[in-house]
Design a protein around this ligand. Structure first.
Ligand code: HEM
Length: 493
């Protein structure tokens, strides 16, 4: 009996290795550090996210364009330059999302962030109209209302002492998303809103851990792990809450109940959407997409504002120039920001883009080739994981002469023209580009303009001391530590 089992195990192993021979052969020809048998380079990235990030940074100094790493049996090819990013993203028909996205499935289901093929194409088409500029225009005043609330909350901190602005920003973006996507007022949700925010954060962390803890990649092991219990605990928070809110909203949508709201909610757009066959999104699909919007939109916009303030606090000359632009639009008036104002803030846009260049909220994207892809002399084998390291691509020295310097003039039209469009991809590119990018730009502009109308920001932590950690989003582990002081009190009030 034992010998039969051994023979069976041997046959399975031989078949497994035979199927992988292309990956192993082509992978061995790619540049990368030496790894251990079986586990490969997994230990390098085991532990806290900031440790993994440091390791990536060290490796990228040694291997400038491409690195091959084995995380257990899986080959990961890390792309660090614009030239190869262009080939990969242009080849979008020969790539799908990497296997790691499946770790989000028990939470986000088959939403457009994860799905592929006909389902992805249909649902992205149905969701896109909700992000139309006409809808976004109407969100500006909602963003403005929450920006003003944020300013009031920051008042107690405006004494010049250093503090971490992250929790303030995080609550604001979550409230904004809840209100614009679901029409939920913060007062209605109360403490549930805080539980929801925590659960979203924890679920992101669980998925991230499965990437680096090699053994947890296997469902058979994960099923019995402590991490699975943690994941279940937080799923029990997000699923019922989302279902409850959607059910309530659907009821009033179907009844045609009118409310005082003057802007269209994402969710109403999702209820209304119909494909060519006249079919709409199912309740499950709507739930998956709503949870995805909350996940994809909240942390990304939060850290964008956090990094922008940190950088402005270190660069008073740039902050002064930006404040002059803001003052030119508003003068002494205290009126709320509108959509037209946002169009008149070109330098603000440059500051935000330069912030995204240095600190892209999504620092890394995973793809899987469905056929071999050629990058000069290297062949990326079908079935490997391609990790496009956006943060490194954005600092490609062949595209940016001073890659590590915060310089919003990098986004002057004449400089943009000189670069590859693939040297700046905070929202990815091609058919999987971010659906929420215009929403994000508008929200970030409104938040920054409101904060800078009232406060002057300073920071003493230099860029090279930022403790960066990448979970799903890029964060400062040391917090977005800044100092605020009220400015020009006599003109603001
Ligand atoms: C600064 C803010 C944001 C950044 C930097 C960002 C970045 C990205 C990136 C890089 C992707 C591609 C991910 C991949 O292919 O793995 C993506 C996809 C996506 N984002 Fe965003 N995002 C932001 C804000 C938002 C917002 C506000 C929403 C919605 C409210 C949103 C919803 C989505 C969705 C649904 C996808 C999947 C699209 C697809 O696969 O076709 N994002 N985002």
């Amino acid at each position: 009996m034992l010998s039969l089992i051994l023979i069976w195990v041997l046959i399975v192993m031989i078949c497994y290795q035979y199927r992988r021979r292309n990956i192993v052969l082509l992978g061995s020809k790619l540049p990368g550090p030496k790894g251990h048998p079986i586990i490969g380079h997994a230990l390098m990235f085991y532990g806290k996210p900031e440790k993994a990030f440091k390791k990536f940074n060290q490796l990228s100094k040694q291997f400038k364009e491409i690195i091959a790493l084995w995380i257990g049996p899986q080959l990961h090819v890390v792309i660090l330059c614009a030239k190869y990013t262009e080939i990969i993203l242009k080849n979008s028909r020969s790539t799908v999302k990497s296997e790691e996205y499946q770790f989000l499935k028990s939470w986000l289901g088959d939403s457009i962030l994860i799905s592929e093929g006909a389902k992805f194409r249909r649902n992205k088409k149905l969701l896109t109209p909700s992000f139309h500029v006409l809808n976004l225009k109407q969100y500006t005043h909602v963003f403005g209302e929450y920006a003003q609330k944020l300013n009031c909350d920051l008042e107690e901190k405006a004494n010049g002492e250093e503090f971490d602005i992250h929790p303030f920003l995080s609550l604001t973006t979550m409230y904004v998303l809840l209100e614009t996507s679901l029409g939920v007022k913060t007062e209605t949700l109360g403490v549930d809103a805080l539980d929801y925010a925590e659960a979203v954060e924890r679920l992101g962390r669980c998925a991230h851990q499965r990437v680096y803890k090699v053994w947890l990649r296997f469902n058979a092991i994960f099923r019995f792990s402590k991490l699975r219990q943690t994941q279940e605990k937080y799923l029990k928070v997000v699923h019922p809450l989302t279902e409850r809110v959607i059910a309530e909203r659907k009821k009033s949508y179907l009844n045609g109940d009118s409310d005082e709201r003057s802007w269209p909610l994402f969710i109403d757009g999702f209820f209304k959407a119909r494909d060519e066959q006249g079919q709409g999104l199912s309740d499950q699909e709507i739930k998956d997409e709503v949870m995805t919007m909350m996940f994809a939109g909240q942390d990304t916009t939060t850290v964008s504002v956090g990094f922008a303030l940190s950088l402005l606090g270190l660069n008073p000359d740039i902050q002064d120039k930006l404040v002059m632009e803001i003052d030119k639009v508003f003068g002494d008036s205290e009126r709320a920001l509108d959509y037209e104002d946002c169009k008149n803030l070109p330098y603000m846009e440059q500051v935000i883009q330069e912030t995204w260049r240095l600190y892209p909220p999504i620092p890394l994207m995973g793809k899987m080739p469905t056929e071999d892809i050629q990058l000069d002399e290297y062949t990326l084998p079908k079935g490997c994981t391609i990790a496009v390291m956006i943060m490194k691509v954005h600092r490609d020295p062949s595209q940016y002469p001073r890659p590590n310097v915060f310089d919003p003039d990098n986004f002057l039209p004449e400089r943009i023209k000189q670069r590859s469009p693939y040297s700046f991809i905070p929202f990815s590119a091609g058919h999987r580009t971010c659906i929420g990018q215009r929403y994000a730009m508008l929200l970030i502009k409104v938040l920054l303009a409101n904060i800078l109308r009232r406060y002057t920001v300073t920071s003493t932590v230099p860029m090279k001391e930022f403790q960066l950690a990448a979970q799903t989003t890029l964060k400062r582990k040391d917090g977005f530590r800044i100092r605020l002081r009220k400015r020009h009190i006599e003109t603001i009030h």
